[in-house]
Design a protein around this ligand. Structure first.
Ligand code: PRP
Ligand code: URA
Length: 212
């Protein structure tokens, strides 16, 4: 299926390979956490392509290099609790100066509606590039509500990064927030009747934190 140009779907062999292990029911919690971090790190390369740079002169052993460095403190990562936490370190490894906020949302298992229980964002959120993190974009309700909340706090330039999406989630997020770029390692077939992505990988939060 073709999506709008603000949706990036990765088909890089390294990401696809790691995703195949991530999905596997036999993968341990430890491996699962490591793989979420590694896949996020690989996805970061494309998702940060437009990060602002500033010029810097560096003295090398041979002279002066007119180089560029990241305005790293401009970046805010906002994981959606719980599972989004698993993606944070993969980006911080590459951009340690990024600030980290948190949004707590859980899906009501009956209605599938998201409920907010926590929100703490970095200062000057209106000036930052914000990357919202959640491994799973299922119905899209959690991502839509998290981004609405960030906008209510002044956030303007927002991207959303997930590992597996359902087509329904991409449609809902694109319709609600057409200004938000979406980065997704893979789009799966569908949602099942209890709102889980099929074939997916099960419950990402439970697999990251070993709660089932
Ligand atoms: C999962 C997942 C997303 C959400 C996706 O979290 O991490 O946040 O469901 O579903 P949606 O697109 O239909 O909203 P969950 O609510 O299970 O909470 P948890 O991370 O605490 O396990
Ligand atoms: N949340 C998950 O963790 N997995 C799904 O498949 C859907 C929502």
């Amino acid at each position: 299926m073709a999506y709008r140009e603000n949706v990036t779907i990765y088909n890089h062999p390294l990401i696809q390979h790691k995703l195949s292990i991530l999905r596997d029911v036999r993968t341990t919690d430890k491996q699962f956490r490591e793989l979420v971090g590694e896949i996020t790190m690989l996805m970061t390369f494309e998702a940060t392509r437009d990060l602002p740079l500033e010029p810097v002169d560096v003295t090398t052993p041979m002279g002066i290099a007119h180089a560029h460095r990241l305005q790293g403190e401009n970046l805010a990562l906002v994981p959606i609790l719980r599972a989004g936490i698993g993606m944070v370190d993969g980006i911080l490894e590459l951009i340690p100066a990024a600030r980290v906020g948190h949004i707590g949302l859980y899906r009501d298992e009956e209605t599938l509606e998201p409920h907010e229980y926590y929100c703490k964002l970095p200062v000057n959120i209106d000036h930052r590039l914000i990357i919202v993190l959640d491994p799973m974009l299922a119905t899209g309700g959690s991502a839509v509500d998290a981004i609405t909340l960030i906008k209510q706090h002044g956030g303007k330039k927002i991207k959303f990064m997930c590992i597996i999406a359902a087509p329904e989630g991409i449609e809902k997020l694109s319709a609600a927030h057409p200004d938000v770029d979406i980065y997704c390692a893979h789009v799966d077939e569908k949602l099942n009747d209890i709102g889980y992505i099929v074939p997916g990988l099960g419950d990402a939060g439970d697999r990251i934190f070993g709660t089932k």
